[in-house]
Design a protein around this ligand. Structure first.
Ligand SMILES: O=C1O[C@H](COP(=O)(O)O)[C@@H](O)[C@H](O)[C@H]1O
Length: 208
């Protein structure tokens, strides 16, 4: 895991945007994190008018009603603008187990993914893979997972699905995430370190 520290959050977001734009040029399937942190990157991407004919997957989904503004699909989709059409979303209308199985079959042909822009939580989670979660050791590509915060029920890509991705970038901003960044960079057994990839980076505004 390599860490790149930028002088400000804005600079780190710009770095992630440049990384994403470069990867979209050559990718046929990439993964995007939900949450708050990457939304400015997706908005900036939409403003650039980037065309991308491939598939975009969400790293995870919060199990809410379809169309709920708390879902990653809603928030990421809004931010992506026209690129939203490239998303292959988790099917929220089914039961979590049906959605898991449906998604697993849909994503299999796209393995290994070309790139993954992922998040990092303060306690070290990425996607909806929380420390200690049984999903970390799953032999499936997609798992139903339980998180400590609302909404607790999630669907997530597993380390098995994400491992083999050519390039993985964790975008983690703000002092509240500094400890998690340090722990991941030290190689502690946290979810980001369960993902094996050719190249893994953390882009941050924190000195570590
Ligand atoms: O719950 C989630 O959290 C992570 C981190 O989100 P952030 O806003 O702290 O960057 C996110 O990557 C994941 O997709 C989301 O469901």
């Amino acid at each position: 895991m390599r860490v790149k520290t930028f002088p400000s959050p804005q600079a780190a977001l710009a770095g992630a945007l440049a990384w994403l734009m470069e990867n979209l040029l050559y990718a046929s399937c990439g993964v995007l994190a939900g949450g708050e942190t990457p939304l400015p990157v997706y908005r900036a991407l939409a403003r650039q008018g980037v065309r991308y004919p491939g598939v975009l997957l969400l790293s995870d989904e919060r199990w809410l009603e379809p169309g709920d503004p708390g879902t990653n699909l809603y928030r990421v989709g809004q931010a992506l603008g026209p690129l939203r059409e490239r998303l292959l979303p988790f099917p929220l209308g089914l039961s979590p187990e049906q959605a898991r199985d449906w998604m697993e079959e849909r994503i299999r042909p796209f393995l290994p993914f070309d790139f993954a822009l992922l998040g990092l939580g303060e306690e070290g989670h990425t996607a909806s893979l929380f420390p200690g979660s049984p999903a970390l050791g799953s032999s499936r590509l997609v798992e139903v997972a339980v998180g400590p915060t609302y909404p607790s029920l999630r669907l997530t890509l597993t380390p098995k699905a994400l491992s083999g991705t050519r390039l993985v970038l964790f975008l983690a901003l703000g002092p509240a995430k500094r400890q998690a960044i340090l722990r991941v960079a030290r190689g502690e057994d946290l979810p980001p370190n369960r993902i094996r990839a050719e190249e893994k980076w953390i882009f941050t505004d924190q000195e570590v």
